[in-house]
Design a protein around this ligand. Structure first.
Ligand code: CMC
Length: 391
């Protein structure tokens, strides 16, 4: 019989060659197309980073203007999709709505589902990046019973999203530049992360030739889990449950207890074994946003204290567990006014550009074949069927 390498969780299997994102987990380095994540988060815009991830280079001014124009042309949703939202319960989780609506896009945009046509692939990519803020904002509006707001293309990518989320038709909406900058950073920090579970899911779905909308819906489904994108929601819920710094030791003890399935959410990473460079930027942003918005949230104190205690605890040191990107993001999102249920939806929104870039890279790769892992069979050997009354 064939013998296969057993690698559960793919801890030592490279599934593809990629030129998009580089991570050195030991050194805490994350580069997109060679550019360090902290430089991009500090200086760049989400449109620039999107162009970079998709095309390999930072755009010049003319290229950036053209790209931004193309994206804004696609920000509206087919009007019929509003009816689709109305089929959901008002208390539906936004991620459930996102999986459904994004999966349904292929039924609305037939002219961008032929994956053999590079031009259609690019149109689908632009559509996905452009429509995700509209889709996420509509999921939120639906949950609180407010009217959907159409996109406004003179605003930035993040400004437009904030307005569609927090604006109402009855009055003008002023984008707060501090919040806009924080959101931009959060989006950039989540834009791509090489072959994580949801990106691998997108690639695997895409390897069968499925249309891009279906592939991204698969990615959203995978991202939802608490070990992946769902960690931002779980981390803030955990910090709120801890409530006061005095309760931290109890939770640390639970996280260390082998018989307790509890984990410190927002801690640990498959690849980063030193620190997560995204977490550093996120922590600084949390401080900045709360200070500038004049918000005192005890949850930030709990987060900082928890980080300090864990970083000095033998268990966490020995297992190389550090705060990850999701540890502080919830504190910021909550200060901005998002309910926890929207956190993972925002991650999905931002990660869409990474998924789309990775999907395009895969389709264009001459080595590409259908992803089809093998297994080590552990079941019964061959035996004969026994009629039911003889069992
Ligand atoms: N709290 C307590 N113990 C932990 C934690 C944690 N957060 N994370 C890992 N460990 C322990 C784990 O019990 C295991 O111990 P042992 O070797 O004794 O069995 C050891 O550390 C290694 O953990 P693992 O689960 O084998 O490592 P992994 O690489 O498979 O998992 C992870 C990585 C991110 C799923 C995991 O660290 C985790 O569940 N963290 C909490 C969820 C979280 O914050 N996820 C967000 C990841 S970053 C954003 C994203 O990419 O989506």
């Amino acid at each position: 019989a064939d013998v296969f390498t057993y690698d559960p969780g793919f801890t030592s299997t490279a599934s593809c060659q990629s030129a998009i994102t580089y991570i050195d987990g030991e050194a805490g380095i994350l580069l997109h197309r060679g550019y360090p994540i902290d430089q991009l988060a500090e200086n760049s815009t989400f449109m620039e980073v999107s162009y970079l991830l998709l095309n390999g280079e930072l755009p010049n001014r003319a290229e950036l203007e053209k790209f931004t124009h193309t994206i804004t042309r696609h920000t509206m949703l087919h009007e019929q999709l509003a009816t689709f939202y109305r089929g959901f319960r008002r208390d539906a989780h936004p991620m459930a709505i996102m999986c459904g609506v994004v999966g349904a896009l292929s039924a609305f945009y037939h002219d961008s589902t032929d994956i053999t046509d590079p031009e259609q692939r690019m149109i689908a990519s632009h559509r996905l990046i452009a429509k995700m803020p509209t889709i996420a904002a509509m999921a939120y509006k639906y949950s609180i019973g407010q009217p959907f707001l159409y996109p406004q293309n003179n605003l930035s990518y993040t400004g437009n999203f904030l307005r569609m989320t927090f604006g109402v038709p009855a009055e003008p909406y002023e984008v707060n530049p501090i919040i806009e900058r924080a959101m931009r950073r959060i989006f950039i920090l989540h834009a791509d992360h090489e072959q994580n579970a949801s990106t691998s899911t997108v690639r695997l779905a895409g390897s069968s030739g499925a249309n891009p909308f279906a592939c991204i819906a698969a990615g959203i489904a995978c991202l939802w889990g608490p070990a992946h994108g769902g960690a931002n929601e779980a981390a803030l819920n955990m910090l709120r449950e801890i409530g006061r710094p005095e309760h931290i030791p109890e939770y640390i003890a639970r996280a260390k207890d082998k018989d307790d399935p509890f984990r410190l959410m927002g801690f640990g990473h498959r690849v980063y074994k030193n620190f997560d460079p995204r977490a550093k930027v996120m922590k600084a942003t949390a401080d900045e946003v709360l200070k500038e918005l004049n918000i005192v949230d005890p949850v930030l104190d709990v987060a900082k204290e928890l980080e300090q205690i864990a970083l000095h605890d033998d268990y966490f040191i020995e297992k190389k567990l550090y705060p990850n990107v999701d540890f502080y993001s919830g504190v910021i999102l909550s200060a901005i006014g998002f309910p926890t249920s929207m956190f993972t939806a925002l991650f999905a929104l931002a990660r869409t550009v990474g998924w789309v870039a990775q999907w395009n890279e895969m389709i264009a790769d001459p080595d590409q074949k259908i992803g089809r892992p093998r297994q080590l069979y552990t079941g019964a050997t061959q035996r004969d069927y026994v009629p039911v009354d003889q069992r």
